[in-house]
Design a protein around this ligand. Structure first.
Ligand code: BGC
Length: 365
């Protein structure tokens, strides 16, 4: 009898312990957006925003950072920017530090779209809303996602090359971005939306399709080099997912005297790639206007800190929920549209694009 009682007590204790452990590992369900920020800020209260960045490696990220800092000054927000240099553990540590310092909202451009879910959980445990910036955070209770239309960008890259290649069937190589970045997956989805039907029609043959680790140009160079070797240099188009990887592809093509003969896509309107476009070595890029992205994220962060509603345009399923999202329009840019897009927008000056290049190659204003 005594034994049974003791056993029952033990069992109850064990069950209580187990359930405490389980609930400790569950995603925090106290969505800051639903429950409100830790202390709702009034119109004159100072607001602290943390911006956790993966990298400054690609030119665009420095611009995002500069725009965040500029906007913070304009609207009198205290901004803390941390850059993890491609390390997940560093990004988690930096985010934890910003939370300890008492940021009201965390904006995260994740290095790894899955691993960054733990940042959202930590933030929410402290009632701090999280905005996923440019790259979605998967399987997490993200409050807002702000980016460009990434699937559409993949479609634009593949469609441009398909429309301009003059061979049937044409041999295509696909160079994806980092497989741990959700954008790389979405871009590939968009590229295949265009290329799969073309393969089925017999217009395209895909001779290689690989992701470039960490978006590295050297990885892209290897992928294209191997594809050239295996196909006996019979490659007609290389769908690269961003400008950094496009430059790796151009290097591999250059070594075989194939630049200008093989079409190459990109993304970001990097200065170095705009110059390659003028030279005819890269065919196109996708221009994403960064000012509305950065300012949009900052302004939304302030609203979340004040517990105000943020206007969104759609929702994106991240595996956990339908995340409210703002997705901006990307623009395809080639030699002919360079002036009416990136230059007209003030993103780049024509002089800096053309500096040192033969003047006859440069588009005329
Ligand atoms: C961004 C691109 C960038 C790439 C590498 C992507 O998530 O959308 O603009 O080139 O990451 O950093």
């Amino acid at each position: 009898m005594r034994y049974t009682k003791a056993l029952t007590l033990c069992l109850i204790l064990l069950l209580a312990l187990a359930s405490a452990c389980v609930s400790g590992t569950q995603p925090a369900n106290n969505s800051a957006a639903n429950g409100g920020p830790r202390t709702k800020k009034g119109p004159n209260d100072p607001i602290k925003i943390g911006f956790s960045m993966d990298t400054l490696k690609e030119e665009r990220w420095q611009r995002d950072k500069d725009l965040f800092e500029k906007r913070a000054k304009e609207i009198g927000v205290q901004l803390n920017v941390q850059v993890a240099n491609g390390s997940d553990s560093e990004q988690i540590k930096q985010a934890e530090n910003m939370l300890t310092q008492g940021v009201d909202v965390l904006v995260v451009a994740p290095h790894n779209s899955e691993i960054a879910a733990s940042i959202v959980e930590s933030a929410h445990r402290q009632g701090v809303p999280v905005i996923a910036y440019d790259r979605l955070i998967k399987n997490a209770d993200v409050d807002l996602y702000i980016s460009h239309q990434v699937v559409k960008m993949g479609e634009m890259q593949a469609k441009y090359l398909l429309d301009h290649v003059n061979k049937k069937p044409a041999n295509f190589v696909i160079v994806g971005g980092s497989p741990t970045d959700n954008n790389a997956i979405l871009l590939h989805e968009g590229q295949m939306n265009i290329l799969k039907p073309a393969v089925e029609r017999g217009d395209v043959k895909i001779v290689a399709d690989q992701y470039a680790k960490e978006w590295q140009a050297s990885a892209a160079l290897n992928i294209v080099e191997n594809a050239l070797t295996q196909s006996n240099n019979q490659v007609d188009a290389v769908v690269c997912s961003n400008d950094g990887t496009a430059r790796g592809a151009v290097q591999a093509l250059d070594a075989q005297g194939l630049t200008g003969k093989v079409l190459v896509s990109g993304q970001d309107a990097d200065l170095a790639s705009l110059r390659l476009i003028v030279e005819g070595k890269q065919t196109m890029t996708v221009y994403k206007s960064l000012q509305p992205l950065a300012y949009g994220a900052m302004d939304a962060a302030v609203k979340l800190a004040r517990g105000e509603k943020v206007e969104t345009t759609e929702t994106i399923d991240n595996g956990f929920k339908k995340v409210p999202a703002i997705l901006l329009e990307p623009v395809a840019v080639d030699r002919n549209t360079l002036l009416s897009t990136v230059v007209k927008d003030g993103y780049r000056k024509l002089e800096e694009i053309c500096a040192g290049l033969p003047p006859e190659k440069c588009p005329k204003e």
